[in-house]
Design a protein around this ligand. Sequence first.
Ligand SMILES: [Zn+2]
Length: 135
Amino acid sequence: MKYQSLSERRADMSGVNIKRYGLYLIRWQLSTPILAGVLYALSGMDKINATVIANLIGGLIFYWVDMFIFTSDRLTVQWEVKDTVRCVDCGKEARGYRIIKAKEYDRTKDIHPQFRCEACSQKKTEELRQRGIEI
Ligand SMILES: [Zn+2]
């Protein structure tokens, strides 16, 4: 049986970035109390006008939140984690990590994926950051 990690399956999900999607769903939940609060504060006002104002306030706030969700490079980074691998750097058998995809870094079609233990993975991440890859 071919072992497939959760992050591998997630990466397959028709190209949807699961972190962005999750944040976007949470952001919708956050808009609920804000809009409800504004509507409550304006409860003396005509319902249509109060809704227009509540949506305007929501738009002023969530424009920036949505912009972050859809453009942040850090959210582009996709990791794959496997329970037991041999680290390509130190040879230790441990839980392994690798970056599948980041801005200007794509290992989605890598036929020999390189996993690293946590310590070596942190070193490698630092190295990639110094090369200007945003992770
Ligand atoms: Zn290692």
